[in-house]
Design a protein around this ligand. Structure first.
Ligand code: PNS
Length: 156
């Protein structure tokens, strides 16, 4: 059984993330979408809220589960016996940001990182852009799933 971890802040989950998770679920037996808990960073949504969103969004895919972790990603991956980390890559910038992390994770634990190119039509979406659009009253319905939009609008 191949288990992979899709880690991230998911603050909030976007259609770009959804694309990567759904495609990973077609490639691997189990996909754990894992929210990184960063105690030094005040998130827009709490980790619990982000987990609620993940659970609802992926409830139709039996081999996708959600979880959270604090500390090193590789320790979490070892605990769940993951064979790889899966990350979406939207651009060269993403690649340059992700590559050193993939190398560190490999060096620390031997785990490989698999980069999936984000579908081109979604590659401009980021969680920060979503928050900005919503903050200034723009329509984010093409950027995030309905459950996220509902929670964003409620919060603002
Ligand atoms: O969605 P993001 O913010 O790009 O996700 C980055 C994340 C959370 C996956 C990455 O920062 C991470 O793995 N953090 C946990 C600490 C860790 O293991 N860092 C890598 C070695 S420096």
């Amino acid at each position: 059984m191949s288990t992979v971890v899709c880690p991230g802040s998911f603050d909030p989950l976007t259609y770009g993330h959804v694309d990567i998770v759904r495609r990973a679920a077609q490639l691997f037996d189990n996909v754990i979408v894992c929210v990184a808990h960063n105690p030094n960073k005040q998130g827009f949504f709490t980790v619990v809220e982000r987990l609620e969103i993940l659970q609802e969004e992926f409830s139709d895919i039996p081999n996708v589960t959600s979880d959270s972790f604090a500390g090193l990603l590789v320790d979490y991956c070892t605990n769940v016996e993951a064979c790889a980390v899966v990350k979406g890559i939207r651009s060269n910038q993403d690649y340059e940001y992700e590559l050193p992390m993939a190398h560190v994770n490999k060096q620390l634990s031997g785990i490989d990182t698999i980069f999936l190119p984000t579908s081109p039509e979604l590659s401009f979406i980021s969680s920060s852009v979503v928050k900005e659009v919503v903050r200034f009253g723009g329509d984010a319905s093409g950027l995030v799933p309905p459950i996220v939009l509902k929670k964003l609008l409620k919060r603002l």
